[in-house]
Design a protein around this ligand. Sequence first.
Ligand code: F6P
Ligand code: MN
Length: 345
Amino acid sequence: MDERASLRSHLEKSVSQTPDCAAACEVIETIAAATIELAGRIADGPLAGITGEAGGMNSDGDQQKDIDVLADDIMRRALRDAPVAAVLSEEAALPEILDRDAPLCVAIDPLDGSANLENNISVGTIFSIRPRGNDILSTFFEPGTAQCASGFVVYGPQTTLVLAHDGRVDIFILDRRVRQFVLIKQGVRIAPDTPEFAINASNRRHWHGPVRAYIDECLAGTHGGGAADFNMRWIGSLVAEALRILVRGGVFLYPADARPGYREGRLRLLYEAHPMALVMEWAGGAATTGRRRILELGAKTPHQRVPLIMGSVRGVRDVAAIHEGIEPMFDNSDAPLFARRGLFR
Ligand code: F6P
Ligand code: MN
């Protein structure tokens, strides 16, 4: 008989037993239970009446599928019974107030990467939990360092929960027989210098100088005088890329670029970049815009976008260094501006 700890027994052993921590554990369990329901619907797909068809647009102009709407309903319904003052979801323009006196606020991407679903590629739920301030809505505009926990679930070959809580990162998988998450890895540490990068390279012509320079050096590898030959991955699913980084390291980049709508990057600060940055840092990795640490940023609007570069400390540090060394940021030319000493020498 397998004696792995369940999520509940694991949370009960939390080091910090403050009231806020107990409330955070309750919210984590609530979200986890909701993701188990969602995992079932995702796995059944068309059998559960999920057509994958577009229903409309969300507040930010993204195509919404029926499963996005369903995921949003499932998460909201669940959070109403948890100690949550307000929830900000990718699928709604503004935060919804749930219980003004409750101690926590939650930002959530109920179903990230739903465009991948018809191809049977991993999708996920991303969440960020923070203590409520006196003014509920202002809570969401505090820097990412205000988060007390965050995490994500990957609906893939296995349903995996990655949880940043109590200052460390633990990984659970769903045991479908008992409908419970069980602990498989505690205190995950990201490999510091895996030579692997992930970026949507089809956008190269739109990138700004520093990102081009970094990726070009990765591609040149030892042939170009660098210390390593890089491997590349691009799944097009943030949660799957983040899990890969936790398992084997590497760096992920979704930078700002020159396309209209991408001047601030693509990913959202409050329910994508902040929670991922907490996971990365608590697992010994890093997350930056290229110029600033993600966790120090506060949003000005609920759905604000941000460039996100995250993963192994070495890769993130090299990308940041190249941003410091190359000006102006918005020059897209190749040589000679970028003819510079390699990063890895
Ligand atoms: O949030 C949306 C998302 O699907 C992420 O999961 C993923 O990292 C990114 O968009 C993929 O973007 P693109 O379609 O530009 O490759
Ligand atoms: Mn998303």
